[in-house]
Design a binder for this molecule. Structure first.
Ligand SMILES: [Zn+2]
Length: 84
């Protein structure tokens, strides 16, 4: 049976430069695209503070797709037990 990674990433994840070779999307399980050694903020708090640092930015090619967002919200509902 396929193991669902309920606590996987949401299609975007950042790591310190060079430590991670590949990351699979936590939503659709496809190998994510990566931009290495990007200089920027990795959180809204950091962005608001005007800070930035180098990181490897992994992004799922489907992260902006509607079905992708729906699967993510479904997972959040299961984890946090929300009913809508
Ligand atoms: Zn994905």
């Amino acid at each position: 049976m396929h193991q669902i990674d309920w606590y996987g990433n949401d299609g975007r994840v950042n790591y310190e430069p060079g430590i991670v070779k590949r990351v699979d999307c936590g939503v659709c399980n496809i190998q994510m695209n990566v931009e290495r050694n990007v200089l920027g903020a990795t959180s809204s708090v950091e962005a608001m503070a005007g800070k930035k640092h180098r990181h490897d930015r992994f992004t799922c090619p489907y992260v902006e797709e509607d079905w992708h967002k729906r699967i993510y919200h479904l997972k959040m509902d299961v984890i946090y037990g929300r009913n809508r």
